[in-house]
Ligand binder design. Structure first.
Ligand code: ADP
Length: 712
């Protein structure tokens, strides 16, 4: 599910990215196309404008030329020439102006007085005859008369002998002598020559100029015949008195102009560059994303490694501020990473170093002498971190400060103590190494922590078991010696007993004789001997019971009367009771059932409990030294309940917690084996060893043993 969600979100991310990229490319392409189009339009408008300007200039040139010609013609007539001189002057004028085909001087009645033809062409009017073209001239002159100034005729086609022809336009200049019309000066203009001579020199290649009628009929044309696919046309009206023609200027462009001008070419080049940059950017972005993916994977892998470490890691800067902790360290000290990182951010003012030996040997001697000044120079110390034990925080700070002075050398296996959030202290082993950045500068310290509590616990356990082993070995030796001792002592005690009994017998020999003064002495002696025999016998019993206790006999269960168990230990109990001034009180129920048990072991249990009870009363604070040994019938189980009660100091709670722990003792000469052994024996016999404190003081230990089943 998560996988498919991830895929979907990745897919939507890719789609969005692709969409954005297409939009960007579309936008750029549209922008570039618009730019190229606008540049084309601009170029066209530039060319169009130029054509318009050229056309206007051409019309101006023509107008100037016509005006100048008019002035020349007026100058021709101004000096009232004679008919014989006039042709010479007119011919000179015609030589100067190639566009003029013919100049005529006519009378007021339109009769040609004299005329001169251009020297540059054959006679142009010869084919049609000048008189046949009278209508156009007459119209121009009628207009001239009406305007009282020069007037032009509409153009007309003048065919030539060679089959070609040309458009011709006449100028009629009325001549006045005083206020009277004295005649006319008729000048015929060749429209093609006007174009070729006046406009032609200004035309560039690919341009052509033409005169047209207002309705578009072409009259004359000049220019190259080159044709392009695109044409720019400029038209200007040449309005003359009596005639109006259009001057049309066509500018041909060859081929489709993709790059009409430098600007467009520049824009296009820039566009291509932009597209290339976009493509490179895209490729760069793809690579960067790949690099980011690789980096993210590497980071995830590194984080997984850090998280799975069992060693705590912590990085500090040179000022001692924590910069990084890994999860294992957080788990070790029980604080979250945020708490640890924020814990010693606030820098405190430098505090004087403790004057004790903590810093001895840590700081260089010179610094030691000037410790106050040095402290002011040192960076402010960080706050103590929460996992430092309070009582050791100052020492740790001092050590950290000293470490700040000493840079470079790595430290191995430094053992110290930290405190968990729950207040429990634990030992840690620290490995420290300088933190070197990419340019080789030390930026702090990297520490690795290993929690060695478990190691310490195992070491303690092994030490304890070692000690136990030694104690057991000692105990075994003592047992052996006690057994040997009891064996050795048995003989002399038996001898003492025998000699005492023999001596008594000797004293009894003459009982029948009359009493003598020695009899009183004898009686005293007999009493003393009896006591010697008794004490020797008692000593023998004690030694025998010691011997029996020391000798191990396993699984040796037998039917025993409870009373007999008590009787067996009584000599030893009495011995110690006498020594400690304890009174022993015994209660045994009548008709107790016989038990099936390991006699020696149960006797040892009773003896241990009795001895512990008596020792507990061996205190000056205890006034009533009474040890009560009770054997009662347990009505629930039908067995026998043994209880040993004393009036001693009692068992405090902290002692009670480890009462049955092997080797736990509060006595100087104690072994701490007794109660543990008692409980094992009782439990092996199917009972439970319990204890409780008595009021006002003292302790009572109880256990129940089952009665012998019938048949055993
Ligand atoms: P040991 O007698 O060698 O010290 P035990 O296992 O018999 O070893 O006893 C362990 C500890 O239990 C004693 O050191 C003593 O402090 C405590 N204890 C046992 N019996 C009593 C008692 N009756 N009253 C008070 N303390 C007792």
């Amino acid at each position: 599910m998560i996988f498919s969600l991830r895929r979907r979100s990745r897919f939507s991310f890719l789609w969005r990215r692709g969409y954005l990229w297409s939009m960007l490319v579309l936008l750029v392409v549209t922008m570039l196309a618009t730019l190229v189009w606008l540049a084309g339009l601009y170029e066209a408008s530039q060319v169009q404008g130029k054509v318009e300007r050229d056309a206007a200039d051409a019309v101006n040139d023509i107008r100037t030329m016509l005006t100048r010609n008019l002035q020349d013609m007026q100058a021709l007539q101004a000096s009232s020439p004679q008919l014989d001189v006039w042709p010479v002057q007119a011919a000179a004028l015609l030589r100067q102006h190639r566009e003029l085909l013919r100049i005529e001087w006519r009378s007021a009645s339109m009769v040609t007085l004299v005329h001169v033809d251009t020297p540059f062409r054959p006679l142009v009017f010869s084919r049609l005859g000048r008189e046949n073209l009278h209508a156009d001239v007459a119209l121009a002159c009628a207009n001239a008369r009406r305007f009282s100034g020069p007037a032009y005729s509409p153009s007309y086609f003048l065919p030539q002998d060679d089959g070609a022809g040309q458009e011709v336009m006449d100028l009629c200049l009325p001549l006045n002598s005083g206020a009277r019309l004295s005649g006319y000066l008729i000048a015929s203009y060749s429209l093609p020559t006007i174009l070729s001579d006046t406009v032609g020199p200004q035309l560039t290649r690919g341009q052509e100029a033409s005169f047209t009628e207002l309705d578009g009929t072409r009259l004359a044309l000049h220019g190259s015949m080159r044709r392009g696919t695109r044409i720019f046309t400029g038209q200007q009206v040449l309005s003359l008195p009596g005639n109006t023609v259009l001057l049309r200027l066509d500018s041909w462009r060859a081929g489709p102009d993709l790059f009409p001008n430098v600007l467009t070419a520049l824009v296009t080049v820039l566009s291509i560059a932009l597209l290339s940059v976009l493509a490179m950017l895209g490729r760069d972005m793809r690579r960067r994303m790949q690099a980011e993916r690789n980096l993210a994977e590497a980071l995830a892998f590194r984080k997984a490694m850090e998280d799975s470490l069992v060693t705590g890691l912590l990085a500090r800067d040179t000022q001692g501020h924590i910069r990084y902790v890994n999860p294992a360290f957080c788990q070790m000290v029980g604080y979250s990473a945020e708490v640890l990182l924020a814990s010693n951010r606030s820098a405190s003012a430098p505090v004087p170093l403790p004057a004790d030996s903590l810093m001895e040997g840590v700081l260089p001697p010179l610094l030691d002498r000037h410790i106050g000044r040095v402290l002011r120079l040192l960076p402010p110390e960080p706050e103590p971190v929460p996992f430092w034990p309070e009582d050791m925080a100052q020492a740790y700070r001092a050590k950290q400060l000293a470490r700040g002075l000493d840079s470079g050398s790595a430290r191995e296996g430094l053992e110290t103590v930290f405190v968990r959030q729950d207040g429990v202290r634990f030992p840690v082993l620290i490995f420290e190494a300088p933190l070197i950045n990419a340019v080789g500068t030390q930026t702090g310290w990297m520490s690795a922590f290993v929690d060695i509590s478990e190691q310490r616990r195992v070491e303690d356990l092994s030490r304890a078991s070692q000690e136990r082993l030694q104690a057991t070995a000692r105990l075994a030796t003592v047992g052996e010696m006690a057994s040997l001792l009891s064996h050795e002592l048995n003989q002399p005690l038996a001898a003492i007993s025998s000699y005492a009994t023999g001596s008594l017998n000797l004293l009894k020999d003459d009982d029948s004789a009359a009493p003598t003064p020695h009899d009183v002495l004898k009686a005293d002696l007999a009493g003393a001997l009896r006591r010697i025999a008794e004490q020797a016998e008692r000593a023998g019993k004690v030694i025998k019971s010691v011997h029996n206790f020391v000798r191990r006999r396993e699984g040796d269960r037998e039917g025993v009367q409870p009373q007999a168990l008590l009787e067996a230990i009584m000599p030893l109990v009495s011995l110690q009771a006498h020594k400690l001034g304890v009174q022993v009180q015994i209660h045994v129920d009548d008709d107790l059932p016989p038990l099936f048990c390991d006699r020696t072991m149960v006797e040892q249990v009773l003896l241990n409990l009795a001895r512990n009870g008596m020792q507990a009363m061996d205190q000056t604070s205890v006034t009533t030294r009474l040890l009560a040994l009770d054997l009662r019938l347990d009505t629930h189980t039908g067995g026998v309940q043994f209880s040993v009660a004393d009036g001693g100091v009692g068992i405090p709670v902290e002692v009670a917690k480890q009462l049955f722990t092997l080797f736990f003792t509060t006595k100087q000469e104690g072994m701490g084996l007794g109660l543990s052994l008692c409980r094992t024996v009782v439990e092996q016999h199917g009972g439970i060893l319990e204890f409780e404190n008595r009021s006002p003081q003292g302790t009572i230990f109880r256990f129940t043993l089952p009665a012998r089943p019938s048949g055993n």
